[in-house]
Design a protein around this ligand. Structure first.
Ligand SMILES: Nc1ncnc2c1ncn2[C@@H]1O[C@H](COP(=O)(O)OP(=O)(O)OP(=O)(O)O)[C@@H](O)[C@H]1O
Length: 745
C-alpha cells in the first residue's frame, strides 16, 4: 500500500473514532448529563495538558462540545458532520510529538484526557495559522512556548465523510485558499476558519484589551475578521465578559441579517447586534424620526456635484469642534445647577450643611460622574448628614428645653408664673420637636428638589435654535454662520448626525444605563462614522476596547464622515493599526477594473492585490438605452454558469425602481433591495450601490443610464463599491464605458 493510501486509511479511521466518541458522549449526556460531567471533572482534576496553564475547569468550559450536548442537539449534529478541518503534527520542546486535530469546538477524552479536537481559538491552534513548518513559538497567556511544527494538514470532510486531505506548505496554501474562494456566496463567510491567513489571524488575535483599527481593502476579510475576533474574544476572555457586554455595530439591518447566521456558527450568541441609530435611541430612550441619510446621498450624487460647501452642517456635526461646543453647553448647564448650591441646607433655623461644600462635591469631587448621577450622590450625602445632624439637633433641643423647664421649675417662685412659663415651654417643645422631626425626614428631598432633571431632546433643540446661546457657545463661527445654523434648524427635523450629540449629552448629563453600557465594541464599515460619533461612544461607554474595521476607499458618506484614519488614532491612542491589502473576494480580472477606479481616488490608497484566482474578463455590453432583454440574457448566462446570487447594481434607488419596472414588464422576476428586505436569491436582485456595501454576490451586472457615475469623489467610491461586490463575474452595461469612468479601450 502506498504511503498516501495508508495515510488516507488512517485518517478515515481517525474520523470514525472521533465520530464514535461523539456519539458516546451524546448518548451518555442524554442518559445522565450530570454524572458524565462529574466524572469528567474528577478525571481531569490533575490534568496537565498542552495548554497547561489552563485548569481543568477551563478545559471543561472550553469544551464546547459538552455545552452543545447540553444545549442543542442540532448544532451537535452539525459538528458531527465536520468535527475538524485541520491537523498539526507538532512537538513542544521537551515533550512527546502530538497530532492535534483542529475544529470549531473542543473535545477531550474523559478518561485518557487526550485532546480529540482542539478548538481553533485555543492558543496552540495559533500554530496552525501562524506557523511556518519548522521551529515555532506561540504564546499562552503570558508565557511563550517553543516547539517544532512537522506538518499542517487540511481536510475536506462533508457529511461526516472524509473526501480528501492535503498537507499545507507555502505553495499549497494558495491552492487551498483558491478552492475555498471558488465557493458560492451563500456558504462563504462561515467556512473560512480553515483558511484564515496569517495576516488575518494576527488581527483576530491582536491584543484583546486594546483597541484596533484596520484599513482593509474591499474583500480583504474585514467583516470576517471582526466576526472571528468576537468569537476568539469570548473564547479567551469569556470568564471576564458576558456576551451581552459585547456589541457589534453594523451599517444597516440588511447587513445584520447577512451576518446573523454566521455568529452562532462561530459559537457566538447573545451579543448585541445593532446599528448606531438603533443603539443611541435605545440607550437614551429618545425616539427620533430620522431623515433617511441615503436619500440625502442620492440628492448629492444626482447631479454629480459633491464638493462640500465650506460650511457643511453634516460635516460640522461630526467634528470634535462640535463636541467642544456641546461641552461648553454642558458646562453652562453645570454652572446653572452649581448656583443652586448657593443656599445652605437647613432644618428649621439650624444649618445642617453648607451649600458651598455641596457645590464643591458637585464641581470637583464628583466631577468624574455624569451630572445627574452626581446630584443623586449628593442627595445621599445630604440625606445621611441630615439624619446625623437632626439627631444631635434634637438631642440639644431636648436638653435645652429640659434645662429651661428645670430652671423655670426651680427658679420661679410665683406658682402661677411658674406654671405658665413651664407650660409655655412644654407646649413650645411639643410643637417644635415633632416639626423638626418631620422636617428632617424631608429636608434632603426638599433641598434637592430644585435640581430638575434635564430633558435632553428639548435641551439639544435649544442649542440648535437659540441665537443668544449660540453666540456664547460658538465663538469660532461668524455671526453669518451662526445664522445659517439656526435657519437650517428652524423646522424640527432630525438626522443621523444629531445622534452623536444626543448620545453625548445623555452620557454626560444622565450617564448610560448599565444595560446599554457595552464594554467591548466591534464596528464594521467604520469609515462611515464621524469622529464625534466614535468619541461620543467612547465617552458614553467609558471604554476604548473597540475593534474598528473599514476602508476609506468605500467611504461613500465622506460628506459627513471620516476621510482619514489619523484622527481616529488620536482618539484611540492605545490602538494598534493594521492594514490588509489582499482581496479574497474578487478575481484578478475584476480587481484590475476596480483598481483603475481606486487609483483615481484622492485618498492615495495602495492598489488592491487579489489572491491568485482567475476568472472571465469583465464584459462591457454597449446599449444606448436600458434594455431588459439584454440584462435578462446576461442573467441567464450567469445562471447557466452555475451562479446563484446575482445582483444588478445601479447608482441610485430611483434608478433601481426604473430598472425593476422594465425587468418586470419583460417578465423577469426581480427584487429591489432595500434596508428592510431579506436577500432573496431566487430573483434578480436590483441593488442601489450604497446598499451593496458590505455584501457580495457571485456575479454582478452594473448598469448606468439615468444616473451615470461622474468623476467626483463620492461617485468614484460608489462605483468602486459596486465593482468590488462581484466574486466571479462582472458585466458593465451602458451607453459607453465613460459612464463607468473607464477609457474606451
Ligand atoms: N482567509 C480566507 N479564506 C477564505 N475566504 C476568505 C478569507 N478571507 C476572506 N474571505 C472571503 O472573502 C470575502 C470577503 O470577505 P469580507 O466580506 O469579510 O471582506 P470585507 O473586507 O469586509 O469586504 P468589504 O469591505 O468589501 O465589505 C468573503 O467571501 C470571505 O468569506
Amino acid at each position: 500500500m502506498s504511503e498516501l493510501k495508508h495515510d488516507f486509511q488512517q485518517e478515515v479511521e481517525r474520523l470514525e473514532y472521533t465520530k464514535q466518541y461523539m456519539d458516546e458522549i451524546l448518548a451518555a449526556s442524554q442518559r445522565d448529563l450530570k454524572a458524565v460531567q462529574d466524572k469528567i471533572k474528577e478525571s481531569m482534576a490533575n490534568l496537565e495538558y498542552i495548554d497547561s496553564s489552563d485548569s481543568y475547569i477551563n478545559i471543561l468550559t472550553n469544551s464546547r462540545f459538552f455545552e452543545l450536548a447540553l444545549n442543542q442537539k442540532e448544532s451537535l449534529e452539525a459538528v458531527k458532520k465536520k468535527p475538524y478541518f485541520a491537523r498539526i503534527h507538532f512537538q513542544r520542546h521537551g515533550e512527546a510529538e502530538e497530532l492535534l486535530y483542529i475544529g470549531k469546538t473542543s473535545l477531550f477524552h474523559n478518561e485518557t484526557f487526550e485532546p480529540i479536537i482542539v478548538d481553533w481559538r485555543s492558543p496552540v491552534a495559533n500554530v496552525y495559522y501562524d506557523g511556518r513548518l519548522g521551529e515555532i513559538t506561540y504564546p499562552v497567556r503570558d508565557e511563550i512556548f517553543t516547539g517544532h511544527l512537522y506538518s499542517k494538514r487540511q481536510y475536506k470532510i462533508e457529511n461526516g465523510e472524509l473526501l480528501n486531505f492535503q498537507d499545507v506548505d507555502l505553495t499549497t496554501n494558495d491552492d487551498l485558499l483558491q478552492e475555498a474562494l471558488s465557493g458560492k456566496a451563500d456558504v462563504r463567510l462561515t467556512e473560512i476558519v480553515a483558511t484564515i491567513q496569517k495576516e488575518q489571524n494576527e488581527i483576530i488575535r491582536a491584543h484583546l484589551r486594546q483597541p484596533i483599527l484596520v484599513q482593509g481593502a474591499a474583500g480583504s476579510g474585514k467583516t470576517t475578521i471582526a466576526l472571528h475576533r468576537i468569537s476568539y474574544f469570548l473564547y479567551t476572555m469569556g470568564e471576564n465578559f458576558n456576551p451581552e457586554q459585547l456589541m457589534i455595530l453594523a451599517p444597516n439591518k440588511l447587513f445584520i441579517d447577512y451576518i446573523g447566521d454566521v455568529l452562532p456558527e462561530l459559537g457566538v450568541e447573545h451579543i448585541c447586534q445593532t446599528t448606531y441609530e438603533e443603539y443611541v435611541q435605545n440607550a437614551t430612550g429618545i425616539k427620533l424620526k430620522l431623515t433617511n441619510s441615503n436619500e440625502r446621498l442620492e440628492e448629492i450624487v444626482e447631479d454629480g456635484i459633491d464638493t462640500l460647501p465650506s460650511f457643511s452642517i453634516p460635516k460640522i456635526k461630526g467634528s470634535l469642534l462640535y463636541r467642544d461646543f456641546l461641552d461648553r453647553y454642558i458646562k453652562l448647564h453645570e454652572q446653572t445647577l452649581a448656583q443652586l448650591f448657593d443656599e445652605d441646607v437647613y432644618i428649621e433655623k439650624y444649618k445642617i450643611m453648607r451649600g458651598s461644600h455641596l457645590k464643591n462635591l458637585f464641581l470637583s469631587e464628583f466631577a468624574y460622574m455624569p451630572i445627574e448621577k452626581r446630584i443623586e450622590r449628593i442627595k445621599k450625602v445630604v440625606q445621611a448628614e441630615v439624619k446625623r445632624k437632626a439627631k444631635s439637633v434634637l438631642a440639644t433641643l431636648n436638653k435645652r428645653y429640659e434645662d429651661i423647664i428645670g430652671k423655670a421649675l426651680n427658679g420661679l417662685r410665683d406658682p402661677d408664673k411658674r406654671r405658665e412659663t413651664v407650660t409655655k415651654f412644654i407646649d413650645e417643645r411639643d410643637e417644635r420637636i415633632p416639626k423638626i422631626k418631620q422636617e428632617a425626614k424631608s429636608a434632603a428631598t426638599t433641598y434637592m428638589r430644585r435640581f430638575e432633571k434635564a430633558k435632553i431632546k428639548p435641551m439639544y433643540r435649544k442649542f440648535l435654535t437659540d441665537r443668544v446661546l449660540l453666540r456664547d457657545l460658538t465663538p469660532e463661527w461668524t455671526i453669518e454662520e451662526q445664522e445659517r445654523f439656526i435657519q437650517f434648524h428652524l423646522k424640527e427635523k432630525w438626522s443621523l448626525e444629531d445622534l452623536a450629540a444626543i448620545y453625548y449629552l445623555h452620557a454626560k448629563i444622565k450617564g448610560v444605563a448599565d444595560q446599554w453600557k457595552m464594554r467591548v465594541v466591534f464596528i464594521d464599515e467604520v469609515q462611515d462614522y464621524s469622529l464625534f460619533q466614535l468619541a461620543a461612544l467612547k465617552i458614553g461607554l467609558e471604554t476604548d476596547m473597540f475593534t474598528m474595521v473599514g476602508d476609506l476607499a468605500q467611504g461613500i458618506h465622506s460628506y459627513r464622515s471620516l476621510t482619514e484614519w489619523d484622527p481616529v488614532l488620536n482618539l484611540f491612542p492605545r490602538a494598534n493599526y493594521f492594514t490588509l491589502q489582499k482581496s479574497y473576494r474578487t478575481t484578478i480580472e475584476i480587481m484590475e477594473v476596480a483598481n483603475k477606479i481606486l487609483s483615481k481616488m484622492d485618498e492615495a490608497l495602495p492598489l488592491v492585490e487579489p489572491v491568485v484566482r482567475h476568472g472571465n474578463e469583465p464584459t462591457f455590453v454597449q446599449s444606448e438605452t436600458f434594455n431588459a432583454e439584454i440584462i435578462d440574457d446576461i442573467y441567464k448566462k450567469i445562471q447557466q454558469n452555475g451562479h446563484k446570487s446575482i445582483a444588478l447594481i445601479c447608482k441610485t434607488a430611483k434608478e433601481a425602481k426604473t430598472y425593476a419596472a422594465s425587468m418586470n414588464a419583460a417578465g423577469v422576476e426581480s427584487q429591489v433591495l432595500s434596508e428592510e428586505s431579506n436577500l432573496n436569491e431566487a430573483k434578480l436582485l436590483i441593488v442601489p450601490s450604497y446598499l451593496a456595501k458590505g455584501l457580495e454576490f457571485d456575479a454582478v451586472i452594473i448598469a448606468a443610464y439615468d444616473s451615470p457615475y461622474y468623476d467626483t469623489p463620492i461617485d468614484r467610491k460608489l462605483l468602486y463599491v459596486a465593482l468590488t461586490r462581484a466574486m466571479h463575474e462582472l458585466y458593465l452595461v451602458g451607453p459607453n464605458k465613460g459612464v463607468f469612468l473607464l477609457d474606451d479601450n
